[in-house]
Design a protein around this ligand. Structure first.
Ligand code: UDP
Ligand code: MG
Length: 313
């Protein structure tokens, strides 16, 4: 019998309390899918430099169940690196990405698998329709981020789209071709194209433990996203500079005319200071924006590996 393989990639960072529960739920789901389809499941857990017992638990699971594989990083490289490592190691005809904290309900995999395996779609992705239970500040920043992105990004970033997804091999290979160091999956997944079906679901609170994303971490991630998928901030800063130049021309003409008509009264310190401060701050802002792009070019040029593997099974 010809089996198709479904790989499930699970990035884990200090998830000792969740892995066993997740594994059980995912096994149940695989069993249900297996009733209708001849599939073999494959788990690829990525231990992203956890400091708790995550690695030991994965090692035990690997000994008990040959379907379980894991990669352990030498330190914490971030979820994006973990996803890339998982995708690179996966062999499945279909590949799913899921969080370990059961915020991504394994039962949704059934519908996702139907959508992709029927050939109608290349990718199925979960999308949160509510932000219930989420920190108010986090919700506010997330909403603002999607608003800004929809205006300036080169790709469409779906509001509330999660990393939780299931894709076919063609799609995985396309994603792996984008080997950039600073990875912003939400953008990359859209950039590659193909047909994606979104599955809306209500936000579910984390099973155990705390979120690994602080507001600062989220802000920096959002910045990576904007810079990776839009060069509009550079255009905006140029437009700002042009506007300022026009204002400066007007002011200069005004000062010259005033001098010719009324001589050169020694006042004007306040206006001079205003102009210097305005020009100075806009210059710094523009240099700052330029610097952000340059810093990312530097990171990409160094071409360091996305992650270092300590152990792999
Ligand atoms: N994660 C990871 N590396 C990190 C941060 C998170 O592999 O540096 C994993 C984490 O273990 C979880 C998933 O990514 O399986 C999502 O993380 P989390 O639940 O903290 O994010 P949230 O659901 O709050 O967006
Ligand atoms: Mg979570």
């Amino acid at each position: 019998m010809n089996y198709i393989i479904l790989s499930i990639i699970v990035p884990c960072y200090n998830e000792e309390e969740n892995i066993s529960i997740f594994y059980k739920e995912a096994c149940n789901t695989l069993e249900i899918i297996g009733k209708k389809n001849s599939i073999l499941g494959e788990f690829i857990f990525v231990d992203d430099g956890s400091r708790d017992k995550t690695r030991d638990i994965l090692n035990n699971l690997n000994k008990e169940d040959k379907r379980v594989h894991y990669i352990s990083f030498s330190r914490n490289f971030g979820k994006e690196a973990a996803i890339f490592a998982g995708l690179s190691k996966s062999k499945g005809n279909y590949v799913a990405i899921m969080d370990a904290d059961l915020q991504d309900p394994p039962s949704l995999i059934l519908e996702m698998f139907e959508a992709v395996s029927s050939g109608g779609y290349d990718c199925a992705r979960a999308k949160r329709v509510t932000r219930k239970g989420e920190n108010i500040m986090k919700s506010f920043f997330a909403k603002s981020f999607y608003k800004v992105m929809s205006k300036i990004a080169d790709v469409r970033i779906e509001d509330g789209a999660r990393d939780f997804s299931l894709m076919n091999r063609k799609y995985v290979e396309a994603v792996l071709k984008l080997s950039e160091r600073i990875r912003f999956s939400k953008g990359i997944f859209n950039w590659v194209g193909f047909k994606t079906k979104y599955f809306g679901y209500e936000n579910i609170e984390r099973s155990k433990g705390d979120t690994k994303w602080s507001l600062i971490k989220l802000f920096l991630y959002a910045l990576d996203g904007i810079i990776a998928f839009s060069s509009k901030p550079l255009i905006i800063s140029s437009v700002f500079s042009c506007l300022l130049f026009i204002i400066a021309l007007f002011l200069t003409s005004f000062i010259i005319v005033r001098k010719l008509l009324f001589g050169d009264p020694v006042n004007g310190w306040a206006s001079t200071m205003c102009v210097i401060l305005l020009c100075g701050s806009i210059q710094l802002l523009t240099i700052g924006i330029l610097g952000q792009y340059l810093a990312r070019v530097y990171t990409e040029v160094k071409g360091r590996p996305l992650y270092i593997v300590k152990e792999e099974e």
